[in-house]
Write a protein that binds this ligand. Structure first.
Ligand SMILES: [Zn+2]
Length: 227
């Protein structure tokens, strides 16, 4: 994709471009930080993300995306598109939680809001909101520069183990996409290109045998050793 600044001196175009994109992010970030807080406060697991998907859908619409709800036959999946022509840039977001991770926000020790309740692991409440903010910034950038290109936000259910994207791929919703980008919080910024051909979830149960550690250790069997 060509940038409007390509004819300028090398070395000045990229920082200016980045500055512009960062300003588009800054401009709207409060709406999306608020969204991620709301997703944290409403943890929903695999395919039951009704409130969480609705919250993303409302912002997609408010930001002027053309929205298709329930893609791939999944009630909590969605796609929002903006722009015309050009490459199709997909930014993927998720909003499902995990069972048993209920947690108060902004504290660095385990404090469940609801004992045994759902919660978001490793910043997953931000996966959808930040992806949606990125898609919005790309949309605003394309519009501000009059550039061709379509940017899409795909709301993908059941990331934590329900293989939502697998069903979406099978339904062909990504067939005309040129690039699909997703992200995950981490300790440092980097670009990864992992390949994965399959996703199988298997549960193993290891059973040990209790025995007194000093009197009869030879009669015990540690389940942890088996793991
Ligand atoms: Zn994670």
């Amino acid at each position: 994709m060509s940038s409007p600044n390509v004819n300028e001196e090398q070395g000045t175009a990229a920082p200016r471009l980045l500055q512009h994109i960062w300003s588009l992010i800054e401009e709207k970030k409060n709406t999306f930080c608020d969204l991620s807080d709301r997703i944290w406060a409403t943890p929903e697991v695999n395919y039951t993300e009704l409130k969480s998907s609705r919250a993303h859908l409302e912002i997609l619409k408010a930001q002027g995306f053309r929205v298709t709800e329930g893609i791939a036959g999944l009630p909590t999946a969605m796609m929002g598109e903006a722009g015309a022509g050009g490459p199709v840039i997909a930014i993927l977001g998720e909003y499902d939680a995990l069972p048993g991770l209920s947690q108060q926000a902004d504290v660095a020790q385990p404090i469940a809001l609801e004992e045994g309740g759902n919660g978001h692991g490793c910043g997953h409440n931000m996966l959808g909101s930040a992806a949606l903010l990125a898609a919005t910034a790309v949309k605003d950038y394309l519009a501000s520069q009059g550039l061709p290109g379509r940017v899409r936000f795909y709301g993908c259910p059941a990331e934590e183990g329900g293989a939502g994207k697998g069903f979406m791929v099978r339904a062909g919703v990504f067939d005309d996409v040129d690039i699909a980008i997703c992200w995950h919080p981490g300790a440092f910024n980097c670009v990864k290109e992992p390949n994965s051909l399959a996703c199988n979830e298997i549960n193993y149960h290891f059973h040990g045998r209790a025995s007194h550690a000093s009197a009869t250790p030879h009669l015990g069997r540690s389940a942890l050793d088996a793991v």
